[in-house]
Design a protein around this ligand. Structure first.
Ligand code: SF4
Length: 329
């Protein structure tokens, strides 16, 4: 099988106590059954503490947060389990995060999550990927023709992003319109080239009056993890587009474009990508930090992520006219 590996996956190393945020803060850590059994079997003070903080609900084990932090997090910002028992003793989610495997059966893509500050730093350097051939594969359970169209289309739009002289919002408008083209490509036909000039012209003719407030209201109605995120949504600071946001767009394209293979809905993924970039730009601040916060609040919360995909066709924030208006106003 083929494995597509991002350079960020290979280069990532946790910066532990130097991390400006932490995956041990704010999130409830789900503990896999094997690790939970092992933790409960440990003797001594560490085992006593683990038996005290490890909870089980509906058959699933998790660490109960204390002061909004994992109870195993020490004052020196290191994990007590890792410090005493080593990395291999961590539960599955802590061993793997922020490494990300997008598995399609007969091939897989290995990347990293933007919600980790160190991974975000690598993503904002620009992601490249290389393909490795490895033994073993599960059968593909997707529509091969649709996957081929998505893969070729993604390759074309990523090439466009690396070559274009358009600014970030214009390139996002082209991306949205190109997703519509792919979505409407008749069965049996191959992915069209990216005709940026024509797509941008069409995008300009579809752009309506730009309204940011419906988008802010939408995100304020979703699940919110941190006070900082709520404050940022209440006090946006939109400015001119930082060119580094092109790395955010390309990360989102790499991560979400092929996910449409499961439900045939590329358009809502493209709207998600565009809306994410508009929101990060509109909230202002350092784009790497704002994007990382966006990922922690939205990308890593399946309910929030699904809410955007569900709202893509119905909510006033995500109409083509509004998104294109916000990009091209
Ligand atoms: S968020 Fe990333 S860098 Fe920070 S502690 Fe977790 S894995 Fe390490």
């Amino acid at each position: 099988m083929n494995r597509v590996v991002w350079d960020a996956y290979e280069e990532f190393r946790c910066i532990a106590e130097k991390c400006p945020d932490s995956c041990c803060k704010g999130w409830i850590v789900d503990v896999d059954d094997a690790s939970a059994d092992y933790y409960r079997s440990l003797e001594g003070p560490l085992g006593d503490r683990l038996r005290q903080v490890l909870k089980t609900e509906d058959g699933a084990s998790f660490m109960e947060l204390e002061n909004d932090r994992c109870p195993m997090w020490r004052e020196d910002k290191l994990c007590r389990i890792q410090a005493q028992l080593g990395h291999d003793a961590l539960c599955k989610v802590c061993r793997e995060y922020p490494r990300l495997i997008m598995d399609y059966g007969d091939f897989a893509e290995w990347g990293v999550e933007l919600s980790c500050p160190e991974a975000a730093r690598l993503i904002f350097r620009g992601v490249t990927a290389k393909t490795q051939s490895v033994p073993g594969a599960e059968p593909a359970e997707y529509d091969r023709e649709w996957m081929e169209l998505l893969q070729t289309g993604r390759q074309r739009i990523l090439e466009f992003w690396t070559q274009t002289e358009l600014d970030v919002p214009q390139a996002l408008a082209v991306t949205l319109l190109y997703a519509y083209c792919l979505q409407q490509t008749p069965e049996g036909e191959s992915a069209p080239p990216v005709d940026a000039e024509h797509l941008l012209q069409t995008a300009r003719s579809c752009a309506g009056a730009a309204q940011l407030q419906p988008m802010l209201d939408f995100f304020l109605q979703q699940e919110i993890l941190t006070r900082e995120w709520e404050d940022r949504l209440r006090r946006p600071d939109p400015g001119s587009w930082d060119p580094r946001l092109r790395h955010l767009a390309q990360y989102l394209i790499r991560r979400y474009w092929l996910q449409s293979v499961w439900d045939y809905d590329l358009t809502s993924r493209a709207k998600f990508i565009v809306a994410a970039c508009i929101l990060v730009n509109s909230l202002g601040g350092d784009p790497v930090r704002t994007a990382q916060l966006f990922a922690k609040e939205i990308e890593n919360d399946p309910d929030n992520r699904d809410a955007i995909l569900d709202a893509a066709y119905s909510h006033p924030a995500f109409t083509d006219a509004n998104l294109l208006g916000l990009l091209l106003k």
